[in-house]
Design a protein around this ligand. Structure first.
Ligand SMILES: C[S@@+](CC[C@H](N)C(=O)[O-])C[C@H]1O[C@@H](n2cnc3c(N)ncnc32)[C@H](O)[C@@H]1O
Length: 178
């Protein structure tokens, strides 16, 4: 199991561009859930705890950015949230998410590029496991702010183990605070 974990993580962290990353996730998609559950992956549970705590209305429309196979939405639907949309780079991951039948809409989009949603489209954006090295860049937050309603929420679980990436995220947050 440990070998399985390090093999996949090595592959995703060695991707040179979005196309390579997408291909790796396409290949991982068939066994992704079993694989990450075997090594105790918990960001979807953390995101669900925060949504349950801060978003009262189960009608809230929520974008799951970097939806993957839909592990976040699977739990959100158990909590009663039904108005869910997911986007991801990888068509293979999106296909797995589709099978769970908990998202109203699932579309291929690239975080870090303009997103095909109008301004103020969502009550909240959530994201688990998608903000790390080689994955969604800090610039993705510019679009989150555009598509989330004023007073809406952005809830993101970010890996803290890659120093340069965390520094870049902190830099982005500082610009927003200013
Ligand atoms: C570790 S998985 C997490 C998936 C899901 N959120 C979960 O917690 O199980 C990371 C996901 O982010 C997607 N991803 C990575 N970079 C992306 C980008 N720039 N734009 C859109 N999706 C991206 C990958 O395709 C993959 O499905």
């Amino acid at each position: 199991m440990q070998t399985d974990k390090s093999n996949w993580l090595k592959k995703v962290s060695s991707a040179q561009n979005n196309q390579e990353l997408s291909n790796i996730y396409d290949n991982w998609s068939q066994e992704y859930d079993e694989s990450v559950l075997s090594f105790g992956y918990n960001p979807p549970a953390v995101i669900n705890g925060l949504v349950g705590r801060f978003i009262q209305s189960t009608d809230a429309n929520i974008l799951d950015a970097g939806v993957g196979t839909g592990m976040v939405g699977e739990l959100l639907s158990i909590l009663g949230y039904t108005n869910l949309v997911g986007i991801d780079l990888s068509l293979g991951m999106l296909e797995r998410a589709r099978k769970k039948q908990v998202y109203q809409d699932l579309r291929q989009m690239v975080l870090g590029q303009p997103l095909d949603f109008p301004d103020n489209a969502f009550d909240a954006v959530v994201s688990a496991g998608t903000f790390s090295a080689n994955h969604a860049p800090p610039e993705s937050f510019d679009e989150f702010i555009r598509i989330v309603k004023p007073q809406g929420l952005i809830i993101v679980a970010i890996r803290v183990d890659v120093a340069y990436y965390i520094d870049a995220i902190r830099g982005k947050m500082n610009t927003f605070e200013k």
